[in-house]
Design a protein around this ligand. Structure first.
Ligand SMILES: [Zn+2]
Length: 100
């Protein structure tokens, strides 16, 4: 299944507060509204969330978070996001999202 990038209505990461406007995923086709139950992984901080029926984000239930965090792709992407954040911190001297 192809990796698809879609512009979606803005939504805000529940952890870092950054506004996200693009959805990337293995959804098979471009989408404007993420399907309810689809999960979100913030590209800035790596936090996980779940899309609701009205296209907003909510905190995942414990069983959802455990399920998502067991996915090797999710773990790898979170690891890369943390490394990028650490490299930015080293370059700028600023604290990364993960240090907060
Ligand atoms: Zn975030």
């Amino acid at each position: 299944m192809p990796l698809v990038h879609s512009e979606v209505p803005e939504f805000v990461c529940l952890k870092c507060g950054r506004t996200l406007t693009v959805l990337t995923g293995f959804v098979g086709e471009e989408v404007r509204v993420p399907p309810p139950g689809a999960f979100s992984l913030c590209v800035y901080c790596g936090d996980l969330a779940v899309f609701t029926d009205d296209g907003r984000l909510r905190e995942p239930y414990d069983f959802e978070r455990i399920d998502m965090e067991q996915d090797p792709t999710v773990r790898n992407v979170q690891r890369v996001i943390k490394r990028i954040g650490a490299m930015k911190s080293d370059l700028t001297g600023e604290r990364s999202e993960h240090d907060r």
